[in-house]
Ligand binder design. Structure first.
Ligand code: ADP
Ligand code: ASP
Ligand code: MG
Length: 501
């Protein structure tokens, strides 16, 4: 069971988490928590301020973080028990303070330092939550995630090492579970085999829960958040968004990759490998049924399962310079992308030019300089990818036409289009500022108010009436899940880093 930042943002929220976990005790839960809401952003801010040389300002921010946690601890535990927790928390706050002073002295925050810095958010919240559970009669035990979740040393977006993680979990968590204790651990944070702290990329607590779930062969993985499951689009963009009752691994992975912040993009990878169902649930609603994500899902009455948008994208246009050998041009561009481990999303090519999109923060200056040796290069920032996902769009004529008509009627200009690379999505690039308008128009058309997302549900089943009449939907075979796993694996090998909005 993973609880995100808003689910542990206050004493009241943690109280609700304790009640939810209590209601699941028979199922031997293991609990993964994020840092309290906004804490990771504040740690990033204080690290940057300290590395910029303003130690006092950084320490001031730290002080307000300290007060927030102590205040929450007292509300949760009362003054007496709160006083016993205080030294445990203070140990970490004073380590953090020393680190900020060190940063101000050396004026440099490295990726390795960033991981160390960010680890405090989850360390502190998980220690506090474990104590809060204990006071509420849960037989809780705090577990240090850095001793369980083992990764490589790709700091800020480390890649889990499943075999070692599995062994560690067997040693550190399984004995607790067999004594009916509730292990409580921080998400997002991990360590190399040598014990150097790492993180899984922003939003990575979801991924932690899935990794731990897979390592323990869990029956299910529950992601508890601040909305009623995975929705037809981001409810912040479009208030009419509704909950998707069931969705396949394949579709959910695509949505997560293309910006549905509710799941870290790699979350489903461990679940797919072991075919563990994943639930996305609302921690503000104890009776939440949320979204069930499984290898296969019944067909939906709607054309698409959901719409998502990923901001912070750059379009890079690369046009071969005069005199460059045409036949080697594309190879040189791809080799340069490979050398810089640059993950591209959408690509359009002709013999002498190539346009691709990439997250702006992953676009290395060194890559651009290298491309400039062989081509004229122009970049456009503040772009976004809008992606419509649905397994049922495959082979249906006219869908792309209606998507692009709607966008044209909304007065939005499309910069690039991709359909076909994945048989389950249509994606295109627009300016970031056009995203709300485009998504609302698409949502209003493809998700009219009263349709039910799921028409038919049958246990283990795939049977359902298709929108156009009769017939049984072809079973999406395990090869669909295998395909999803392979494409996720590829993306994971390039390292995931969440785009925050
Ligand atoms: P947590 O702190 O629990 O990890 P996040 O803020 O990371 O929560 O993710 C939950 C948020 O994701 C929601 O508040 C919602 O605004 C956003 N979101 C984006 N796309 C979707 C979607 N398709 N379905 C549900 N939520 C979405
Ligand atoms: N606290 C981390 C973040 O804000 C991880 C998470 O919330 O999942 O990115
Ligand atoms: Mg999250």
């Amino acid at each position: 069971m993973k609880f995100g930042g808003t689910s542990v943002e206050s004493a009241d929220a943690i109280e609700r988490v304790a009640r939810i976990v209590t209601s699941r005790l028979k199922r031997s839960p293991v609990v993964v928590v994020s840092a309290m809401a906004r804490v990771t952003d504040q740690l990033v801010a204080m690290g940057n301020i300290a590395a910029g040389g303003d130690c006092d300002a950084a320490i001031k921010l730290l002080q307000s973080l300290r007060e927030r946690h102590f205040q929450t601890a007292i509300e949760l535990l009362g003054t007496k028990r709160g006083a016993t927790l205080a030294p445990k928390l203070e140990k970490h706050f004073s380590e953090l303070e020393n680190f900020l002073r060190g940063l101000a002295a050396v004026r440099e925050l490295t990726p390795r330092g960033t991981d160390y810095l960010l680890s405090f958010g989850e360390l502190i919240s998980s220690i506090m939550v474990a104590d809060a559970f204990a006071v509420r009669g849960l037989n809780a035990a705090w577990v240090d995630s850095r001793q369980c979740l083992i990764t490589d040393a790709t700091h800020t977006r480390a890649v889990p090492q499943m075999e070692q993680t599995r062994e560690r979990c067997k040693k550190k968590i399984v004995p607790l579970v067999s004594k009916k204790r509730v292990a409580v651990m921080g998400g997002f944070i991990a360590a190399t085999a040598a014990g150097v702290p790492t993180t899984l990329g922003r939003g990575g607590s979801d991924y932690s829960a899935a990794i731990i779930g897979a390592a323990l062969d869990a029956d299910c993985i529950e992601i508890w958040t601040d909305v009623e499951g995975m929705m037809t689009t981001d409810p912040r963009l479009c208030p009419d968004a509704r909950t998707i009752k069931r969705i396949s691994f394949n579709e959910a992975a695509e949505l997560a990759y293309f910006g549905a912040k509710v799941l870290h993009p790699a979350t489903l990878l461990p679940a797919i490998h072991q075919n563990i169902p994943v639930y996305v649930l609302n921690s503000r609603n104890l009776k939440s049924t949320g979204t069930q994500i499984t290898a296969q899902a019944p067909p939906s009455q709607d054309v698409f399962r959901a719409i998502t948008a990923k901001n912070g994208i750059s379009i890079v246009n690369v046009v071969a310079s005069r005199g460059v050998m045409v036949h080697g041009f594309l190879r040189s561009v791809f080799e340069a992308l490979d050398r810089h481990s640059s993950p591209v999303d959408i690509v359009a090519i002709s013999e002498v030019s190539m346009s691709f999109t990439m997250e702006t923060k992953r676009l290395a200056k060194a890559l651009l300089s290298e491309l400039e040796q062989i081509a004229d290069v122009a970049c456009e920032d503040r772009q976004a990818i809008i992606c419509l996902v649905g397994e049922d769009i495959h082979g249906k004529p006219g869908i792309a036409a209606s998507v692009f008509n709607i966008i044209a009627n909304a007065g939005v200009n499309i910069r690039m289009i991709s359909q076909g690379a994945s048989e389950i999505n249509i994606s295109f690039v627009v300016q970031e500022s056009d995203v709300p308008k485009a998504v609302r128009h698409l949502h209003a058309h493809f998700f009219p108010a009263k349709s039910n997302v799921v028409l038919a549900q049958k246990k283990n089943g795939v049977v359902g009436r298709r929108p156009n009449g009769t017939g049984t939907r072809a079973v999406r075979s395990r090869s669909a899940a295998a395909g999803a796993a392979a494409s996720l694996e590829l993306r994971a090998s390039r390292g995931y880093e969440r785009t925050r909005d």
